[in-house]
Design a protein around this ligand. Structure first.
Ligand code: GLU
Ligand code: ZN
Length: 307
């Protein structure tokens, strides 16, 4: 599992066990799986249960059963983030040693009252009060210093992406005051530890990618290649998700739903295959998969999503 062979393609699907898989999850699972397999690579599944208050009992095993029912097969054991705290703590310690981390005791309301800039993901750009305060109490929220240089990368679907972390995000939290490790830290540590070469996931995470690349640089990790898929949005322009009541995937309707996911991904899957056995559909998909056919959009409106 820790091969460092630079020629090896290794992709992953990283669901959070906050509920059942839905059409949006199927799109990310299907595209990451087909890209990995069509390039002779490995495909891993990782359970991102780091945000423990959001976990739903039974969701993790339900997700794995649903993936199996849809015909997905993964390589190696499923990594579970709640078992990886020591690795996240070690990464924090090395960042602290490098002077890149600092404690922050600002409250949410203090930040809202003094911040001047809106952040890429809707919150506020941290105005930096504690940046030079030298707060070393490890029980405080821990923030990572960001670069003032623009940070860019070429996404295989979305093209050139540039973000100014200092102006659009600010120093961001890697460990919260309540002790929870942040998604940004856990995902970067695990992608590196699992030797992930290629990340294929929804464009709702595009704005997080510069933060993750910055963190990779701070930790001395390689940067994987990225491909961000369009996400399905409802007529209000919101991503179809558990919060917007996207219906759960139905294993009994796996063929139709997989067919719809392939169509959503721009693949020219024939109409006849909509009712075909799952194995025929996978057979078609594995030989015809084309990342280049995926619409170069961050969102595609869908009045309803299959469920
Ligand atoms: N766990 C994240 C989610 O379910 C995905 C993280 C990732 O693919 O980087 O949205
Ligand atoms: Zn602060």
């Amino acid at each position: 599992m820790h091969s460092s062979d630079p020629r090896l393609y290794r992709g992953r699907f990283a669901p959070s066990p906050t509920g059942a898989l839905h059409f949006g999850s199927l799109i990310a699972a299907t595209a990451s799986f087909l890209e990995a397999r069509s390039r002779g690579g490995e495909w891993l599944v990782r359970m991102e249960d780091i945000d423990t208050p959001r976990n739903v009992a039974g969701a993790a095993s339900d997700i794995l059963r649903t993936l199996e029912a849809f015909g997905f097969a993964w390589d190696g054991p499923v990594w579970v983030q709640s078992e990886r705290h020591a690795a996240y703590q070690a990464a924090l310690d090395s960042l602290r040693q490098a002077g890149l981390l600092y404690g922050c005791n600002c409250s949410r309301s203090q930040i809202a009252a003094t911040a001047k800039l809106r952040a890429v993901d809707g919150g506020w750009v941290y105005p930096g009060h504690c940046r030079t305060a030298g707060l070393t109490d490890p029980g405080l929220a821990q923030r990572l210093r960001v670069t003032t240089q623009p940070l860019g990368f070429i996404d295989r679907i979305q093209g050139e992406v540039t973000q100014h972390l200092a102006a659009q995000v600010g120093d961001f939290i890697l460990r919260r005051a309540d002790g929870l490790f942040a998604y940004q830290l856990a995902v970067v540590v695990d992608d590196a530890a699992q030797g992930i070469s290629d990340i294929v996931r929804g464009a709702d995470l595009l704005a997080s990618t510069p933060r993750q690349i910055w963190l990779q640089r701070c930790l001395g990790y390689p940067t994987p290649s990225y491909a961000h898929l369009p996400v399905a949005t409802n007529p209000a322009g919101e991503k179809w998700s558990k919060q917007t009541l996207a219906p759960a995937l139905v294993p009994q309707a796996a063929s139709q739903q997989l067919w719809q996911a392939l169509r959503f991904l721009g693949q020219a899957v024939p109409d006849e295959l909509q009712q075909a056995p799952l194995s025929d559909l996978w057979g078609w998909a594995l030989t015809h998969w084309s990342l280049a056919a995926i619409p170069r959009q961050q969102a595609i409106s869908a009045a309803a999503v299959p469920g």
